[in-house]
Design a protein around this ligand. Structure first.
Ligand code: ADP
Ligand code: MG
Length: 279
């Protein structure tokens, strides 16, 4: 298990007033298999998957389409039960939907009739957070993601990148110790994606959140993660876990030129095979 390597002072990931230390292991996936059965066919989506993610660690997951990446995130979120094996979050078995996670998807999925701020605050309404606490946290996140001045804009008035920032703020509003991201930047243009990658790196460092990110982009995975999980085609299993070995604080251009980065990306490209890897 590799832990985040930096020594940056982090904002506590636990909600205010929660002074308990979090266990060193955030996510523990043990010998998991997932089979989907229907009258027409049985699909084994995952088999023999074991993965331990340290608290505060950033783990990226890459693999061909249909290899079970989204299925893996759903297991951690408690939206799906494994057919075999165990999933634990902070030492507790996941046996139903979890409230201590944040989830961000490829589609920002914002409500068109709500302003950016009110979309972010939706999380507070669902979780019945005290209004003043939620507003303060929303303001912090709006500043952190550079959305100031756009709080009152409606989704159709926002660019794709801004919509994803709103979705990220919404996912982080309740200070989830674990953030799950499923191809969150897949629909964005390359420049916006780069910019959001840099912002995500900073937000991760500032919040101390444990992140599991599914992505199709090998360079995005290597730029952001402490470790990259490479998965095989269906039935999905872990081919290799590649440690990136870069400092937590990463300048984009400088990182792209580092030998550790180049070695990791070309190694992963080799593991996936040219045909299955888009970048
Ligand atoms: P990925 O995110 O890596 O593209 P998924 O985790 O979405 O892959 O899916 C893995 C496999 O499981 C695919 O073959 C998919 O068709 C199948 N699958 C996913 N969810 C279901 C479901 N609810 N019912 C039946 N099959 C499913
Ligand atoms: Mg998917």
């Amino acid at each position: 298990m590799t832990m985040a390597k930096d020594t940056t002072v982090r904002e506590p990931a636990a909600p205010a007033g929660d002074s308990r230390e979090r266990p060193a292991t955030a996510v523990d996936i043990e010998d998991v298999a997932v089979r989907f059965r229907s009258r027409k066919r049985d699909v084994t989506a995952l088999t023999d998957v074991s993965l331990t993610v340290g608290t505060g660690e950033f783990v990226a997951i890459v693999g061909p389409s249909g290899c079970g990446k989204s299925t893996l995130l759903k297991l951690v979120a408690g939206l799906l039960r494994p057919s075999a094996g165990d999933v634990r979050l902070h030492g507790e078995r996941v046996d139903g939907p979890r409230h201590d996670i944040g989830y961000a998807f490829q589609r920002a999925a914002l409500l068109e009739w709500r302003s950016a701020r009110r979309n972010i605050l939706l999380q507070a309404e669902i979780r019945r957070m005290p209004a003043a606490v939620a507003r303060r946290r929303a303001d912090e996140l709006i500043a952190m993601t550079g959305l100031e001045g756009f709080e009152d804009a409606y989704p159709h008035e926002l660019s794709g990148g801004m919509q994803q920032r709103v979705a990220l703020c919404r996912a982080l509003l309740h200070r989830p110790p674990v953030l799950l991201m499923d191809e969150p930047f897949g629909a964005l243009d390359a420049l916006t994606r780069e910019q959001l990658n840099m912002e995500l790196n900073r937000i991760w460092r500032e919040t101390g959140t444990t992140v599991l990110l599914v992505t199709h982009s090998i360079s995005e995975a290597c730029y952001l993660a402490d470790r990259v999980v490479v998965m095989s085609p269906r039935p999905g299993t872990i081919t290799e876990i590649v440690g990136i070995g870069l400092p937590a604080e990463r300048d984009y251009t400088e990182t792209m030129g580092r030998p550790e980065f180049r070695e990791a990306t070309s190694h992963i490209r080799g593991l996936l095979g040219a045909a299955s890897a888009e970048d």
